[in-house]
Design a binder for this molecule. Structure first.
Ligand SMILES: *[C@@H]1O[C@H](CO)[C@@H](O)[C@H](O)[C@H]1NC(C)=O
Ligand SMILES: *[C@@H]1O[C@H](CO)[C@@H](O)[C@H](O)[C@H]1NC(C)=O
Length: 417
């Protein structure tokens, strides 16, 4: 854990001359990880799924394309594997503080189904056993599956139950690094940022079902008998015109003539065909007018919900102690880096600017270069009359894709419940 940026607030009065100078950086940083140096001493790889040979290895790397090859993170490196790794920090409560949880993630593998989220855990956790069933406090980050799921998860655990955010927050879907930030404030508001841009904001009360609703429709209220919901009524002044019903629907075609070769004896008596009467307007209906007694659609009045009990500590996680990644990956290549857990959104923003912000253009250029190379290789490898061997390779790739969907659909449901 990088502690050099941490400021001790009680230290500030002693150097009041510098206090102003320190304001910007006087964030409480609970955890910060750039995966420099001896990162493995700070992280515990779980033994979850190891006995089934399903635990994937992490690769300490800056990836195939990057903006700074010295800025390494950890990347999933084996397909069809479970990943679980966590780091501990000194336990803290976010009561009375803003909580900021931020990290960057890059899906180099062109992720078509899988997660890129991280978790904050509370209390005491056996890190060696950390896995899909380990209770967590917050799960945050992107999740992609097929064409339908491309969203940012923000799951909060309250009173032992995991609650998904009710608003849709689309995530990034390209193969570049993006920074995801979750901010939770003591006034029970939150913000979700991607690449330092706010994508969603609101209240814990309205955007999750953590508590029962504050107000409900009065269940005992009934629509009054004389409540008039008809917006339009028949005009009582409008009268059916005299003789209206006498107008026939059809009339004899005045143009019709008995054909010259018509033989009454052979063909029977000639009758002119009928045609629709242009005068006929259908059954009479009175004109409609606005109903002067219209009161609008009746709605039951809202009353205070007797089951609602406010919790002023709704936003509080009193024993935050670990950060972890717990994923199932069909295709590996997801790279996590630059994790920050602090109480100051400005500080986190600064970290994002110094890392992702400084590197993103070079990373994009490196990616485009890599793509160009890949396309060239592919067109070299696959001449117009491709041989049988290459056809086989294509088939394999196709069936992999099909497997992806069904496999991780299950996992997703499992994870959210
Ligand atoms: C780790 O990542 C680098 C860069 O993408 C790659 O060259 C290397 O093969 C990877 N190592 C493993 C063990 O996957
Ligand atoms: C917490 O959960 C328990 C058990 O499920 C329930 O009885 C209680 O009402 C819940 N409290 C709140 C504040 O949701």
């Amino acid at each position: 854990m990088a502690t050099q940026r941490r400021q001790n607030p009680s230290f500030l009065p002693l150097i009041s001359v510098f206090a102003l100078f320190f304001v910007v950086v006087a964030a409480d940083v609970f955890f910060e990880e750039g995966f420099h140096g001896d990162w493995e001493s700070r992280w515990v790889k779980s033994e979850w799924k190891k006995d089934e040979n399903m635990a994937g290895e992490w690769n300490h790397t800056s990836g195939k394309w990057n903006g700074d090859s010295n800025d390494k993170g950890i990347q999933t490196s084996e397909d069809y594997r479970f990943y679980a790794i966590s780091a501990e920090f000194p336990e803290f409560s976010n009561k009375g503080k803003t909580l900021v949880f931020q990290f960057s993630v890059k899906h180099e593998q062109k992720l078509d189904c899988g997660g890129g989220y991280m978790k904050l855990l509370s209390g005491d956790v056996d890190q060696k056993k950390f896995g899909g069933d380990t209770p967590y406090s917050i799960m945050f980050g992107p999740d992609i599956c097929g064409y339908t799921t491309k969203k940012v998860h923000a799951i909060l655990t309250y009173n032992g139950t995991n609650h998904l955010i009710k608003k849709e927050v689309p995530c990034e879907t390209d193969q570049l690094t993006h920074v995801y930030t979750f901010i939770l404030r003591p006034d029970a508001t939150y913000s979700i940022l991607i690449d330092n841009v706010e994508k969603q904001t609101g209240s814990l009360y309205s955007d999750w079902d953590l508590l029962p609703p504050k107000t409900i429709k009065d269940p005992s209220a009934k629509k009054p008998e004389d409540w008039d919901e008809k917006e339009y009524i028949d005009d009582p002044e409008d009268k059916k015109p005299e003789g209206y019903d006498d107008i026939p629907k059809e009339i004899t075609d005045p143009e019709a003539k008995k054909p010259e070769d018509w033989d009454d004896e052979e063909d029977g008596e000639w009758t002119a065909p009928t045609i629709p009467n242009p005068e006929y307007k259908g059954p009479w209906t009175p004109k409609k007018i606005k109903n002067p007694n219209y009161k609008g659609k009746w709605k039951a009045p809202m009353i205070d919900n007797p089951d609602f009990k406010d919790d002023p500590d709704l936003y509080v996680f009193p024993n935050l102690k670990y950060v972890g990644v717990e994923l199932w990956q069909v295709k590996s290549g997801t790279l996590f880096d630059n994790i920050v857990i602090c109480d100051d959104p400005e500080y986190a923003k600064q970290i994002a600017e110094e890392t992702w912000g400084k590197q993103k253009d070079a990373e994009k250029a490196a990616f485009e270069e890599a793509e160009k190379k890949r396309e060239e290789e592919e067109s070299k490898d696959a001449p117009a009359d491709s041989d049988a061997e290459e056809d086989d390779a294509d088939d394999d790739a196709d069936s992999d894709d099909a497997d992806d969907k069904s496999d991780s659909k299950d996992d997703e449901t499992h994870d959210e419940l």
